[in-house]
Write a protein that binds this ligand. Structure first.
Ligand code: NPQ
Ligand code: MG
Length: 373
């Protein structure tokens, strides 16, 4: 399929409540959306870069720049026939994985639509529903944390992840266990610890039956995680540290983790995500799908990705109303009673923005067309 025209939308969506991690707070979600046109079809992609360089160096503004100036010109006018092509066409750009992934998602949506198959099918997915959980931000108090978790359990979520930081960790986990017993529970530090603090902090939690401890150490670290993991029974899971298939291989070879969180945005797209999935599957290492507070567009891609067989732990892929009063898509994603989301069965992503809703949240728009040489 020849890529004829691309539109970028810079949107901003208010969150239902602020989301606080160990290191920053998100109150709204400003992201670039990508629409790719070919042969009368349109494919949609969401770029998950944050409003500020807190989770990674990418922001909505850097992604907009890199997409406009470099990535979009690399694919415009190209004839795309297989799903590894977007990654290869943009490989010359160093980093900026979220920008790459947003564009690639739109092209995969287009390719799947052209073949008349779902994105899940194109990826090699095998499930029609995926297990999901909810990620609970750091709350103002322990009582607020327990109340928030109770609300999500009542809503039907059967896996809880809490954000932790030094001083907000062991006691919170113990209190959750006292209140809710042996629910499926995991913690995410977003790299707030150093090795010397992490050893005592996580040894103190090692008897709490946690599913995993996510990214305790540096966002660019593998070596110290490899020193920490052997001192714990609980599996470590890397998130921020894994940006490529090589990073995943290094983490597994050094024993830095026993689980990997896959976010297509962080690793540069669905093609790399699937390769990391396959590597982990071959080595018996489970993966799960992370979340970046996506709108329905990015959420649909996450659900499709999580339908692959080695996604063996519940994803951070909550229903739309966990984050937004009104999603871009209609109907929004809703939680099934068994704590799953249904994988869209329609062609491509199986969802698209409602034009009037997109218009309401759009800050600016840009259009790129291929000029015949
Ligand atoms: C994580 N997500 O697993 C991330 C952190 C996170 C659901 O816990 C904008 C950009 C908002 C990046 C919110 C969850 C974000 C973001 C949260 C990353 O570490
Ligand atoms: Mg994380």
């Amino acid at each position: 399929m020849r890529i004829e025209r691309i539109e970028l939308y810079h949107i901003n969506m208010p969150l239902v409540a602020p989301f606080q991690t160990s290191r920053w707070i998100e109150t709204e979600r400003a992201v670039p959306l990508v629409a790719v046109y070919s042969e009368g079809l349109v494919g949609w992609g969401e770029c998950v870069a944050s409003n500020g360089p807190w989770y990674s160096y990418e922001t909505d503004e850097t992604a907009w720049l890199i997409l406009s100036r470099y990535l979009i010109p690399m694919v415009l006018g190209q004839d795309i026939t297989d799903p590894s092509q977007p990654s290869r066409l943009t490989a010359r750009v160093r980093g900026h994985n979220m920008a790459k992934a947003g564009l690639e998602m739109a092209i995969w949506d287009l390719l799947a639509q052209a073949q008349g198959v779902s994105l899940s099918h194109l990826l090699g997915g095998e499930r029609d529903r995926v297990d999901v959980g909810v990620s609970v931000g750091i709350q103002p108090s322990l009582a607020a944390t327990l109340a928030t978790i109770r609300g999500y359990l009542d809503a039907g979520y059967r896996r809880i992840k809490i954000k932790i930081k030094p001083g907000w960790d062991v006691e919170v986990v113990r209190a959750i266990r006292r209140e809710f017993g042996d629910i499926r529970l995991q913690v995410d530090a977003n790299s707030a610890y150093r090795l010397e603090d992490a050893v005592p902090a996580f040894q103190a939690m090692d008897d709490q039956g946690l599913l995993l401890i996510e990214q305790p150490l540096g966002e660019d670290d593998i070596l110290d995680h490899a020193k920490l993991q052997p001192q714990l029974r609980t599996p470590l899971c890397l998130d921020e540290s894994i940006h490529s298939l090589d990073h995943a291989r290094w983490a597994l070879e050094t024993g830095a983790c026993r689980v990997i969180n896959i976010k297509a945005g962080r690793v540069g797209g669905l093609w790399v995500s699937r390769n990391i999935h396959d590597l982990c599957q071959a080595q018996g290492v489970p993966v799960w799908c992370g979340g970046m507070l996506e709108t329905g567009i990015g959420r649909a891609a996450n659900v499709a990705l999580a339908s692959l067989p080695n996604f063996r732990l519940p994803g951070d892929i909550s229903a739309s109303d966990r984050y937004y009063h009104e999603d871009l898509i209609d109907p929004p994603f809703q939680l099934n009673p068994d704590s799953t989301l249904t994988v869209p069965a329609g062609p491509g992503l199986g969802v698209r923005p409602v034009p009037t809703r997109l218009e309401k949240v759009t800050l600016r728009r840009a259009e790129f067309s291929h000029r015949e040489p």
